[in-house]
Each structure stands twice: as C-alpha cells, then as structure tokens.
Design a protein around this ligand. Sequence first.
Ligand code: NDP
Length: 283
Amino acid sequence: MAAQIINGFELAKEKRTQLAKEVEQLKQQGIEPALAVILVGDHPASQSYVKAKQKACEEIGIRSILLTFPSDISEEFLLEQIARLNEDRSVHGILVQLPLPKQMNELHIIEAIAPEKDVDGFHPLNIGRMMTGQKTFLPCTPYGILYMVQSLQVDIAGKHVVVVGRSNIVGKPVGQLFLREHATVTYCHSRTNDLAAITRQADILIVAVGKPKLITSPYVKEGAIVIDVGVNRLESGKLCGDVDFDDVKEVASYITPVPKGVGPMTITMLLHNTIQAARELHK
Ligand code: NDP
C-alpha cells in the first residue's frame, strides 16, 4: 500500500493559526514580537527564503525588519549591525541568512548574536543547552521535523532513527532531538560505507544531503517513516527532494513531499521561536 503523505503545508497552517493567537495575546500586553533578518549579497535562493520568512511573520502579526547589505561589506561592519540589534529592546529575534560571503567567518557572526535573540538556534550556547536537555531555542528545521513525526502519534522511544547528513544546521541537531525522545540514532554521511545497508534499518529515515533522488526504494525498509529535507532545483526549474518520492512512497508508511513538506514547518518554528523570545525578553 502506498505511503500516507505528511502534509507539512497543512500542519504549518494549523500551527500558525495558534501562533497568531499567541501574538495577539502578547500585543494585548503591549508586546509586539519583532524579528530582524539580515541578508548579505544577492544570492537568489537566500532572497526567496528571506521573503518567505518576512511574509510568514506579517501573516501572523510579527513585525519583520529586513536589513540588506551588499556582498562586499566587512565582517566588522556586520558585527556592528548585530551589536546594535542585540541592544535594541524592540527587537526580539535576530536571524542572519546563510550562506554569508566568503570573506566572513559564519561562526564568528553566529556567536555575535545575543543567545536570547538567537531564534535560529545556531549559537553554540543554545546548541549546548539543546544537547544537555535545557530549555532553549531549538533549531528550526530539526524542530519542525520532530513536530511532524510527533503529529503522527507514533511512539519515538526505542525507534531506530537514521539521519543521512551531518551538517550543523540540520543533520547533527535533528539526531540530537530524536535522541532526547529516546530513539536510537545513527548518523550517515559522505564517508559512510554501504549507505543502503544502514538506511534499510531505519524505522524513521531523515535525509538532509542536497542530492536529488539519492534515496530510492532499496534504501528504505518496508513501513518506514521517511522525512525528506533536501531542496534541489532541477534544470527544468522544478524543486525536488533527496528522496525519489514516487519510488519510495511504495514502501514507506509515511513520507514528506518536496515542496510542501519540511520547508513550511521550518518557517513555522522560526515564528514559534520569535514569539518565545519576545515572551522571555519581557519577563
Ligand atoms: P550540507 O551540504 O551542509 O550537508 C550535506 C550533508 O550530506 C553532509 O553531511 C555530507 O556529508 C552529506 N552527504 C553528501 N553526499 C552524501 C552521500 N552521497 N551520501 C551520504 N551523505 C552525503 O547541507 P544542509 O544540511 O545544509 O542541507 C541539506 C539539504 O537540505 C539541502 O538540499 C538544503 O537545501 C536542504 N535544507 C532544507 C531546509 C528546509 O527547510 N526544507 C532547511 C535547510 C536545508 P559530509 O559531512 O561527509 O560532507
């Protein structure tokens, strides 16, 4: 039987309705949640991601502030802008759209963001808090993935979660979040030997690689839950995930599509974190 599709778009819509109510409540207390987004350069994908984040903020009543700078600014200048936003009490969340131009050290920039305004959840302090089970901002894509799997009402404890990809923003933290939920977690990456032998053991398979249709049905156990994080633009202009959707849906129990899968949940969790930041900063 073909897999059921996890509709990230619909889940995101439901969650955003609830978040809009939370924004309304904060406004009644005189707090207007605000997110500052910094975009450096004119990378087309980054521009479209930033636009989508701004639109999502506006739809639920979060004030969005966009700061755009040319790609040749210095790291020092960018650090000054971040310091100014850190001090600004009317700004609750700060997000620097990645990737940054080559002359900048991304880690320096992320570490300059005040941890209490780091709504992307990339600051090392917040990552450390996540790994030690403390309350913090959870990174948006991993958090969105966990939310999607939890929405299926399956028991995550004891399940074998295989994560393909070990980036700092998706692969590594998503494995940690499932570990917190008592899953048994295995990480795979470009040096993994016999990838299919490992992915075939997964009850929950999370793929964050950036290679179109890398995962086909021989990589997937019958009945597995498959979460496709990849966003790849084909020559035709169409978007495609890292999973061969039509092939894998014949063996999986649940599968996320691309688009309308993980993407909308990522932005929703950014909204969630911004509201959390506004609430905490005004305590
Ligand atoms: P990175 O390029 O930072 O990481 C890719 C990972 O995949 C690396 O760990 C790499 O291994 C691994 N890898 C590469 N080739 C293979 C292979 N043949 N077999 C197994 N592993 C492999 O990517 P990101 O984590 O930033 O993003 C991954 C994908 O997710 C991209 O398509 C990106 O666009 C998408 N994305 C989607 C988001 C959303 O909201 N939907 C949000 C963020 C990302 P190694 O470490 O050994 O090099």
